[in-house]
Design a protein. Structure first.
Length: 193
């Protein structure tokens, strides 16, 4: 999947005009790319469209228009675009109660390294977490992590042939495994093109 450049972005005026339709498109697109891992963890699988939307929103919110600022946003978000041999995801730990969130995150340090993708008939693929900076320190973890799953060619071929895909957290503090439905498997398989 090709990374974004300035040429891929709408001007602030064009984005403001297109934003309602653009947001509706991205929300619909994300539905097949969002995976709940139990009650409090969610994986949102990123791709070129989700990253483009995030960059457009950051430019709008921060009112950025000069080339250097746009390039900085692209440099920050382009690492989330899959490059053909991997899936990339944002891992979110979500709790509606602030105190419950604080207590949970205080004991979940390192859990982001226990997330894995399991293609039917293939060895598990461990997530590579937070390559930009550590987000678990002193036994505590952050509410947001960035994950990369590197798929060997055999696993990609198995997915393309219709093999099942399971996502899991292999940790007793939040043990969970979810088999993905066909719609989500197909959406994620396109990231390998």
């Amino acid at each position: 999947m090709q990374r974004l450049s300035r040429a891929d972005l709408l001007s602030p005026g064009d984005y403001a005009e297109a934003r309602p339709a653009w947001r509706a498109r991205v929300i619909a697109h994300k539905q097949a790319r969002r995976v709940a891992l139990g009650e409090h963890a969610t994986l949102l699988f990123e791709d070129r469209l989700t990253v483009q939307h995030q960059v457009q929103e950051m430019l709008r919110i921060e009112r950025l228009s000069d080339a250097a600022a746009i390039d900085a946003e692209l440099a920050a978000y382009n690492p989330l675009v899959p490059d053909g041999g991997n899936l990339k995801a944002t891992l979110l730990f979500e709790y509606t109660d602030a105190e419950q969130r604080r207590r949970a995150l205080a004991i979940l340090g390192g859990i982001e390294h226990r997330v894995q993708a399991c293609v039917e008939g293939q060895p598990p693929i461990a997530a590579i977490a937070d390559e930009d900076l550590a987000r678990s320190v002193g036994g505590k973890t952050a509410a947001v992590h960035f994950l990369r799953f590197e798929f060997p060619p055999a696993a990609i071929a198995a997915l393309r042939a219709g093999a099942g895909l399971r996502l899991a957290i292999d940790d007793p503090r939040m043990a969970v495994a979810v088999d993905l439905d066909a719609r989500t498997r197909q959406a994620l398989a396109r990231d390998f093109d």
